[in-house]
Design a protein around this ligand. Structure first.
Ligand code: GLA
Length: 348
């Protein structure tokens, strides 16, 4: 099909990401419950393009369990009903995290840290309640998110200060007990760029597997940039595929993919989407997808989720500072970018 810069993601004759990669891996997106209005443009796009979904924020600890004993399920229920109705796969994100997590978990009425037993009891109640409610409906859970430091070693979060690494192992056991069929993931960022972080992840997951902790896979967030070093990325990812020597079904998922066009801490002017920029961006995505296809051929990867539906809805327009970003394959106004066609074109 000749390149048509106006072809949109919901057009009848538009190619579909999830159809193109069917049989290799599912392709998905982070959405918000307000995208589930069946008359909206977003809904048409997500139904056509994606077959696996994560809620961007609404199932995180803070929104779902703001106070001890008080849960807010309505938005996640809506998400789960969408999954049941359409048969798409749903990812739950995330049960335990240091961020977007209410402080009541960690403190007593005087504001002091609670004992380890109290924290673990609260965590268990939290996980059991949520995972049981969506048992059989949410197929995959990011059980813990970002528990490792960028420079290697465990993140010294409140969870860790009170309970060491036991909270992580316990979180997986509780989730497994609440839904034995769910796939349980340890999710993190910069695993492709920080060797020290990747080493800690590989060693810690190996320790869990050896102890029989039910961890089924690693979630590679993959918030990448145009400057991402792919040789390093591949080398680090291989540290994780090596875990299959002790757990043959161990898997990887790409959980939050985007490619920012700004460097971290970059104060440069907003970038224009010139043809040169588009070509560079498309080449990056194509390199990445070639590697993802290799992993899928090895049977280690079956899920690739973008962090957002289209460029205009990406968190990267506001983080780490406000600027216009273009990190996804679907652009503003749902236009299919050259990178979209390049990626779909990898499948012949
Ligand atoms: C992290 C989290 C996500 C989200 C993004 C930014 O990667 O895992 O839930 O908050 O940051 O949107």
């Amino acid at each position: 099909m000749p390149y048509n810069p106006k072809l949109t993601a919901d057009a009848e004759n538009a190619p579909s990401l999830c159809e193109a990669f069917a049989g290799r891996f599912r392709v998905g997106a982070a959405i918000n419950s307000w995208h589930l209005n069946e008359n909206s443009r977003e809904y048409a796009v997500i139904r056509k393009q994606f077959s696996v979904f994560t809620l961007e924020n609404e199932s995180k600890p803070e929104p779902i369990h703001p106070e001890e004993g008080r849960y807010v399920f309505d938005r996640v229920d809506r998400f789960s009903e969408f999954g049941e109705k359409t048969g798409v796969r749903l990812r739950g994100h995330t049960l335990v995290w240091h961020s977007q997590c209410p402080d009541w978990f960690f403190h007593d009425e005087n504001g002091n840290f609670v004992e380890k037993e109290v924290l673990l009891r609260r965590m268990k109640e939290h996980i059991t309640t949520i995972v049981s409610r969506y048992r059989g409906k949410i197929g995959t859970w990011d059980v813990v998110n970002e528990v490792i430091r960028d420079e290697g070693g465990m993140r010294e979060s409140k969870w860790y200060k009170i309970a060491g690494t036991d909270y992580i192992k316990e979180a997986f056991r509780c989730a497994h007990e609440a839904d034995p069929a769910a796939r349980l993931i340890i999710n993190d960022y910069n695993l492709e760029s920080s060797e020290a972080k990747a080493d800690t992840m590989a060693a810690f997951v190996r320790e869990m597997l050896e102890e029989g902790v039910p961890v089924h896979g690693i979630g590679l967030q993959m918030h990448l940039g145009l400057d991402t070093d792919f040789e390093k990325l591949k080398k680090n990812v291989r540290k994780f595929t090596a875990l299959r020597d002790i757990a043959p079904d161990f898997c990887l998922e790409v959980t939050e993919l985007d490619v920012s066009c700004y460097r971290w801490g970059d104060d440069a002017e907003d970038i224009e989407q010139t043809p040169e920029f588009e070509a560079l961006f498309a080449a990056k995505y194509a390199d990445l997808f070639r590697f993802l296809l290799e992993l899928s051929d090895e049977g280690v990867l079956d899920t690739v989720v973008f962090w957002g539906i289209h460029d205009g809805a990406s968190w990267l327009n506001g983080f780490p500072r406000r600027h216009k970003n273009y990190p996804l394959l679907i652009g503003r106004e749902f236009v299919l970018k050259p990178a979209f066609h390049e990626v779909v074109g990898l499948i012949k």
